[in-house]
Write a protein that binds this ligand. Sequence first.
Ligand code: ADP
Ligand code: ASP
Ligand code: MG
Length: 405
Amino acid sequence: MALIVQKFGGSSVADPDRIKAVADHVVRTKRQGHDVVVVVSAMGKSTDNLIRLAHDCAARPDEREMDVLLTAGERISMALLSMAIIDAGAQAVSYTGSQAGIITDTEHGQAKVLAVRGDRVKESLASGAVVVVAGFQGVSADTKDITTLGRGGSDTTAVALAAGLGAEMCEIYTDVDGVYSADPRVVPEARKLAEVSFEEMLEMAATGGKVLALRSVEFARNHGVPIHVRSSFTWGPGTWVREVQSSMEQPIVSGVTHDASEAKITISRVPDRPGIAAKVFRTLADRGVNVDMIVQNVSTDNHADISFTLPKTDIPKAHDVMDGLVAHIGGSGFSTDDGIARVSIIGAGMRTSPGVAATMFETLAAEGINIEMISTSTIRLSCVVRADEVERAVQALHRAYGMAG
Ligand code: ADP
Ligand code: ASP
Ligand code: MG
């Protein structure tokens, strides 16, 4: 008898019929003799609706209160799913993240899981119940305040519980039947991948392949938890994310991702002397701004421009410090551009294959798409382009590397 963690995303519990279908599946798993911990997201788009409501009530909603508000979404689905499971004939009990012992740091809206103290979860499992845990939330041991784990954070709750409880695997049920070579909404001919390595999935999650939250993949890799991404609409086998031995047949490029959630800030005419970049990025870090790509252009007449990308949601925090910062370093001004997007290609085989980057640049050039920034890792290449061209870039790259199924 194994312990299995099953996570259901928002679309999987969007309405009463979906909740009842999920309850039936959970009860079936339980009747096969497994212990089951279920992690649920908020119903449908309810997190988005709560965020909108907060902004209707306050220009800059307080971060602590925002977390209290958002955790209500998952609380609703955990109770409804437990009721439906009980109705379907099994025992069930629901717990908030705090009750389930998900201990986090104090970073509201983006908290990191520090520990899983699943005592009540274990007791309930031992008594024969299915345990339903509200995803995306925890509690800070320091402040005792409720925290959330960032958008898509129910994936992280599920994998953290799987690791903490020693589960055999973590099943992530969603509205697609696995991880595809590109977002199927953008590339209809994208191919379902049978297996993806942790390192490739990390790069995909970090660059916009939003099927799994980045932190959940980090957790899975660090604790060796295999993840099975599958559909709650078809219930068929999906994609395994786990340690993969590299093989000769490995494709050079496994996937194309895109992300339009970032913006670019450019500081113009910065004096070209030691300490400027240090000052800029220390100031932004101290304000809690998550900087991603950085480009400094070649200096002419001892001045350079510095550009960096950041999540659009961090723009207000960055703007809080930009005027003072630009004046302090003697720059001539700054501009914010929220019309950018990033397209990335990912593949473990890229390490040993020359010419991958050239093909990417040629493909974008043939489409008339201008590259504004470039960044690389050993198994990833990313280009910043105009947001309204990014879907065309994804489609062209998917064709260029022969990824269609
Ligand atoms: P959930 O609400 O279940 O957490 P998400 O919306 O977070 O679901 O993630 C599923 C969505 O991720 C899919 O509907 C799909 O459009 C999108 N997606 C983006 N990239 C990929 C990819 N490479 N493979 C599969 N789905 C992807
Ligand atoms: N409900 C949260 C969100 O929409 C968490 C999740 O769905 O994983 O981001
Ligand atoms: Mg998700």
